[in-house]
Ligand binder design. Structure first.
Ligand SMILES: [Zn+2]
Ligand SMILES: [Zn+2]
Length: 350
C-alpha cells in the first residue's frame, strides 16, 4: 500500500490553518453583520418626534435604532467619593495589585496585575434632548448589559509598596515583587452625550425605552457617535478578513506542497517501472531468462561450469564466461548472442 502523500507536519499545518481560517471567517462575518445592521438602523435624536416615528411603522417597537441624547439621572445621581462635585449614573471602582514576577524562561522580571476588587454601581437614567427640548426623554434599560460600558476615568491613584532589606531577600526567593496598588474610579457622568444602539420600545404609559434587542443583536452605549463605532467594527471585520485570507493561503500552500510531492513521487515510480521493463526486455532480447537459472549458480562460467565468471563481453555486455574460456573461444563471438566481441573488460561483482 502506498504511504500517505501528506506528512504529519503538513497535515497539522493544513488542519490548523483550515480551523483558524474558519474561526476568523466566523468572527469577520459576525462583525460585518453588526456593522451592516448599524448602517441600516434609523439614526434618531431624543429631540425628534419619536412617537410619530414609531406610529409610522405601525408598531410600538423599533428593533434596531441608533439614538443620541444627553445623560440625565431619572432620580438621584451617584456622587464620586473622590470628587464631590462629580455626579454620574454608572460608577466602576477597581483596585488592582501590580507586581513583578520572575520569568525563568525570559530570565527577567515581567509586569503582572491582578484585580483585587471591582464594584459597579448604577442608577436608572434617561437620555434627554441635546437641543434642550423639554419633556423629551428615553429611559435606558439594563445599561450593564451593553457590549462595553461607556465610562471615563475620573480618579486614579497608585500607591507604591514600601520594601525593607528583608523583603528584598524574600522577593528574590519567592520570585514575586509587589509594586503597589492602583485605585481607579470610572463614571458615566451626568450631562455626557451618549449614543445608544438597541431596541426602542413605546410602553403603554407613553414612555420611551431603549433596551437590549430581543433578537440578541449587539446592545451598544457609547460616548462617541455611531459613525466611530461603525468605523471600529469595519476595521475589526477587515482585520479578521485578512487573517482568514492568510490562513486560507497557508492551507492552500500546505495542500499544494503535498500534491506536488505526490506528483513527483508518482512520476519517479513510473520512470523506475519503465526502466525495469526496458531492462527485462533487453534481457529477454539478449537471450537471458527473466529470472536467474535455478540450477546454474549465477556466478559460474557457462562454458566450463567450474570457474567464476570474469569477463564482460563488449559491446553486447554479456558477462558469461571465465577468461580462460574466453581465450579458448574458437571465434571472437559471444557464446550467448553470437554478436562480435570488440573488447573484453573484467567483471567486478560487489
Ligand atoms: Zn569458463
Ligand atoms: Zn552477447
Amino acid at each position: 500500500m502506498d504511504a500517505l502523500p501528506i506528512t504529519p507536519g503538513e497535515l497539522l499545518c493544513l488542519g490548523s490553518s483550515l480551523a483558524f481560517s474558519g474561526l476568523f471567517y466566523y468572527l469577520h462575518r459576525r462583525k460585518a453583520k453588526v456593522a451592516a445592521k448599524i448602517q441600516e438602523a434609523p439614526k434618531l435624536q431624543v429631540g425628534d418626534d419619536l412617537r410619530a416615528v414609531l406610529s409610522a411603522t405601525g408598531t410600538s417597537c423599533l428593533q434596531y435604532v441608533a439614538i443620541e441624547g444627553v445623560v440625565q439621572p431619572d432620580e438621584a445621581a451617584l456622587t464620586s467619593p473622590y470628587h464631590k462635585e462629580l455626579q454620574g449614573v454608572i460608577e466602576r471602582l477597581v483596585l488592582k495589585e501590580h507586581r513583578l514576577v520572575w520569568n525563568s524562561l525570559a530570565r527577567s522580571w515581567v509586569d503582572s496585575e491582578r484585580v483585587v476588587l471591582e464594584q459597579v454601581h448604577s442608577v436608572p437614567f434617561v437620555l434627554t434632548s441635546p437641543g434642550g427640548k423639554a419633556g423629551a426623554k428615553v429611559s435606558v434599560e439594563s445599561p450593564l448589559r451593553a457590549v462595553e460600558l461607556p465610562l471615563e476615568t475620573v480618579y486614579e491613584r497608585f500607591q507604591q509598596t514600601a520594601h525593607g532589606f528583608k523583603d528584598l531577600l524574600s522577593h528574590y526567593l519567592s520570585g514575586e515583587k509587589p509594586k503597589g496598588f492602583l485605585e481607579t474610579e470610572e463614571m458615566l457622568l451626568v450631562g455626557s452625550s451618549l449614543t445608544g444602539i438597541g431596541e426602542l420600545a413605546l410602553h403603554p404609559d407613553g414612555s420611551l425605552h431603549l433596551q437590549p434587542p430581543a433578537d440578541g443583536a449587539g446592545y451598544f452605549l457609547r460616548l462617541s457617535d455611531w459613525q466611530s463605532l461603525l468605523a471600529e467594527l469595519e476595521s475589526t471585520s477587515s482585520f479578521w478578513k485578512w487573517a482568514t485570507l492568510l490562513c486560507g493561503l497557508a492551507a492552500a500552500a500546505a495542500l499544494l506542497r503535498a500534491l506536488c510531492r505526490a506528483y513527483w513521487s508518482r512520476r519517479l515510480k513510473q520512470e523506475k517501472e519503465q526502466e525495469r521493463r526496458a531492462f527485462e526486455d533487453l534481457r529477454l532480447h539478449k537471450g537471458l531468462a527473466a529470472e536467474p537459472d535455478e540450477e546454474l549458480p549465477a556466478s559460474i562460467c557457462v562454458i566450463c561450469l567450474s570457474n567464476p565468471r570474469q569477463c564482460v563481453l563488449l559491446p553486447c555486455g554479456h558477462a558469461c564466461c571465465c577468461f580462460r574460456c574466453f581465450q579458448a573461444l574458437p571465434r571472437r563471438t559471444c557464446p550467448i548472442c553470437r554478436s562480435p566481441i570488440d573488447r573484453v573488460v573484467p567483471l567486478y561483482l560487489v
